[in-house]
Design a protein around this ligand. Structure first.
Ligand SMILES: Cc1cc2nc3c(=O)[nH]c(=O)nc-3n(C[C@H](O)[C@H](O)[C@H](O)COP(=O)(O)OP(=O)(O)OC[C@H]3O[C@@H](n4cnc5c(N)ncnc54)[C@H](O)[C@@H]3O)c2cc1C
Length: 395
């Protein structure tokens, strides 16, 4: 283990699930800044990192033991993702499997679960693609236009998705499509259904996947669906109830993304403080200046506060209590905290923040995503204003 590796392990320790944190940090020590910079520079999928995580069982951590997984609570997955990010790595290449799987687990039939979950838990099958967002509908999910029609004992799907991340690196995709036209439903959220699509069979035939180049190494894509035929058993749960199923999964997604933000914030703070102690300008370490200290201290306070909300949201989720407000607040606060910490780390590093070898600019770009995806800050605020404060709905 290198000194850098030991240091990264120490950085990730010190909270609940200590053994899990330590094991994940040890795994991450094999994937240093140079590895992530190379992936980022070449737009390369971090295949070795994902394979190592899958092999160690972390991607199946939430799959119940009855289906071959570890059967751990959401808090354990939250700790895994926080640790990965606190070590300077990035779980975005594979994190979705943890929360997409929940829709199958909670709403799939026994036959679907037996068919898919054990292979997912063993790391042999990847369920990493989540096709919800469309170019025209954006945040207004019920307005999506992808249409699945029942023809005999099959479903036939036409439509288009955007920002379907990891689709080129996934075997399966969870797809949200409208099965009853908007004008024939009582509530806009009715009439949407969820399907499990085997991409291995469909790509190159009725599905075309085109990568979208982005400012981070995210492997996101556009998906064109033209006459995709799905067997009846591809439908998850009841027809028309897909929006509710997806919402369930979205709470887990928000909590897990918030956990990554907490990890990012801790990584930024660690790197910035280390640099502030060592960098000498005007004959003293820059960390002695309050102009450097205060933004870092504020970011620390915000990170600790956001982490409490992440833990509360996890506790509610794991106790099977409603947790929409807490999951949303955790995501909002943690994404703001990691952004604030990233900004403070940028200022602390001065010009060197722009030198790729410090990794600050890469992490700063990566953590910026979470104020927009999987749900943007405004939409979280609108949800809290309407659903928690009881103010009139703005959309
Ligand atoms: C890198 C990346 C990866 C992604 N991965 C996935 C994925 O795997 N699967 C998937 O389905 N989606 C994915 N997304 C999509 C992501 O969830 C959406 O980008 C996000 O929900 C915002 O939708 P939009 O981009 O269409 O913005 P819009 O809905 O067009 O909104 C644009 C801006 O307007 C604001 N706005 C809109 N309506 C209101 C309102 N009523 N009040 C106040 N403000 C409003 C929004 O907050 C936002 O700031 C990804 C996006 C990115 C960038």
């Amino acid at each position: 283990m290198t000194a850098d590796g030991e240091e990264r392990i120490a950085l990730a320790l010190g909270a609940d699930w200590p053994e899990l944190r330590e094991a994940v940090a040890r795994l991450c020590a094999g994937f240093d800044g140079a590895y992530w910079r190379a992936c980022d520079g070449e737009g390369r999928y971090p295949e070795a990192f994902v394979a190592t995580l899958a092999e160690a069982g972390y991607l199946g951590i939430l799959v119940p033991e009855a289906y071959g997984g570890a059967g751990l609570p959401l808090r354990a997955a939250s700790v895994v993702l926080e640790t990965i990010h606190a070590c300077g790595c990035n779980a975005a290449a594979c994190h979705a499997q943890m929360y997409i799987m929940g829709t199958l687990l909670r709403h799939g039939s026994e036959a679907q679960k037996r068919r898919w979950l054990p292979a997912i838990a063993r790391g042999e099958l990847r369920l990493q693609a989540f096709g919800v967002t469309e170019p025209e509908s954006g945040s207004d999910t019920p307005a999506l236009r992808t249409r699945a029609r029942r023809v005999g004992d099959r479903w036939v799907v036409h439509g288009r998705k955007i920002w379907t991340s990891r689709a080129l690196h996934s075997d399966l995709m969870l797809l949200l499509a409208r099965t009853t036209p908007l004008e024939r439903v009582q509530r806009r959220t009715d009439g949407l259904s969820v399907f499990l699509v085997d991409l291995r069979e469909a790509v190159g035939k009725s599905i075309e996947i085109r990568p979208v180049r982005t400012m981070i190494n995210h492997h996101t894509t556009q998906i064109f669906i033209d006459g995709l035929e799905l067997p009846a058993e591809a439908l998850i749960g009841e027809e028309g109830r897909g929006f509710r199923y997806i919402l369930d999964g979205m709470n887990a997604e928000r909590i897990l993304i918030a956990s990554e933000c907490i990890g990012d914030a801790r990584w930024f703070l660690d790197r910035a403080c280390q640099y502030a102690r060592e960098r000498v300008v005007f004959d003293h370490p820059i960390g002695r200046n309050q102009g450097i200290q205060f933004p870092l201290a504020r970011a620390l306070a915000e990170t600790e506060a956001a982490e409490l909300m992440v833990r509360k949201a996890c506790a509610l989720f794991d106790a099977e209590h409603p947790c929409g407000p807490e999951a949303n607040m955790a995501k909002l606060l943690a994404a703001d905290a990691s952004w604030r910490a990233g900004e403070a780390a940028m200022q602390t590093h001065g010009g060197f923040a722009f030198a790729c070898e410090y990794d600050i600019e890469r992490k700063w770009r990566e953590t910026r995503l979470y104020r927009i995806a999987p749900v943007s800050t405004n939409l979280v605020l609108a949800y809290l204003a309407h659903r928690v404060l009881g103010l009139p709905k703005s959309y």
